[in-house]
Design a protein around this ligand. Structure first.
Ligand SMILES: NC(=O)c1ccc[n+]([C@@H]2O[C@H](COP(=O)([O-])OP(=O)(O)OC[C@H]3O[C@@H](n4cnc5c(N)ncnc54)[C@H](O)[C@@H]3O)[C@@H](O)[C@H]2O)c1
Length: 251
């Protein structure tokens, strides 16, 4: 058995804000060096706040759909911290539109960011992650992977695709890289900015805990899955939804 490290270098996509930023802060607090990859220029502020709190962080501006942006981010990460030990695929695109009104461009963009973005990221990072047979990947899917809710056909299809991709990658690289998936439920991030108060209250009431989650409450499970405590966990899907989905199952 190869002992897994409890720290190392992790690259997190969609890390400028929300769950990605919370994960970056959590990993840095736990002693990891963190590469924050996001297309939003605010990623520099998020990295700076981690550094001013005493962490090690590098901001890389780029789009997860761009092979050349991945190459540039990896080159900067190597220069700054050396090879990666872990990857979190978290960036998302979504469009709340029923399929009959959705444009092909919108459908394609969501597939490109959510699913093909993970493909690019995993392919770019695998040489690092496989190098000493103890890499780890967490893919951020959603409860939408397993439950039908109106208005998000492309998003739900990509999130279900990511759970399949998790199992496939875990099988393919089992002895070298652990690959797990988290399925967040309603988490209060900018994704909820346009929502009405009663919509938030209704979603909170659908959890058994009775509230929306905080991004930090997804960051903790991601940190667990990346670290040595999860050394025998691979191909798993960890639901982080305050019990939202168990009420669906029991209805
Ligand atoms: N918030 C929720 O209720 C919820 C529920 C289930 C699943 N999730 C999942 O959690 C993850 C994070 O969601 P969030 O709520 O923190 O979202 P968010 O909108 O707060 O953050 C997403 C980040 O991804 C970045 N991003 C978007 N497209 C990108 C691209 N092409 N390249 C690089 N970066 C890009 C954005 O700039 C942003 O910083 C997503 O995978 C989402 O599907 C969220």
């Amino acid at each position: 058995m190869t002992a897994e490290p409890d720290t190392g270098t992790v690259l997190i996509t969609g890390a400028a804000r929300g769950i990605g930023a919370a994960t970056a802060r959590r990993m840095a607090t736990c002693g990891w060096s963190v590469v924050l990859f996001d297309r939003d220029e605010k990623v520099a502020d998020t990295a700076a706040s981690i550094e001013s709190a005493g962490g090690r962080a590098l901001a890389c501006r780029g789009d997860v759909t761009s092979e050349s942006d991945w190459a540039a981010a990896l080159a900067r990460a190597h220069e700054t911290f050396g090879p990666l030990d872990a990857l979190v695929c978290n960036a998302l695109a979504t469009d709340h539109t029923p399929l009959h009104e959705m444009t092909l461009a919108s459908w394609q963009r969501q597939l490109d960011v959510n699913l093909t973005g993970a493909f690019h990221g995993v392919r770019a990072c695998l040489p690092d992650l496989r190098r000493d047979r103890r890499g780890a990947i967490v893919i951020v899917s959603s409860v939408h992977a397993g439950f039908g809710l109106p208005g998000v056909p492309a998003y739900a299809a990509t999130k279900a695709g990511l759970t399949g991709l998790t199992r496939q990658l875990a099988t393919e690289y089992g002895g070298e890289v652990r690959v797990n998936c988290v399925l967040p439920g309603p988490i209060l991030t900018a994704q909820w900015d346009g929502s009405a108060e009663d919509e938030r209250a209704a979603s909170a009431a659908e959890t058994v805990i009775g509230r929306l989650g905080d991004p930090e409450e997804v960051a903790g499970p991601i940190e667990f899955l990346l670290g040595a405590s999860a050394s025998f966990v691979t191909g798993a899907t960890l639901t982080v939804d305050g019990g939202w989905s168990i009420t669906k199952n029991s209805s």
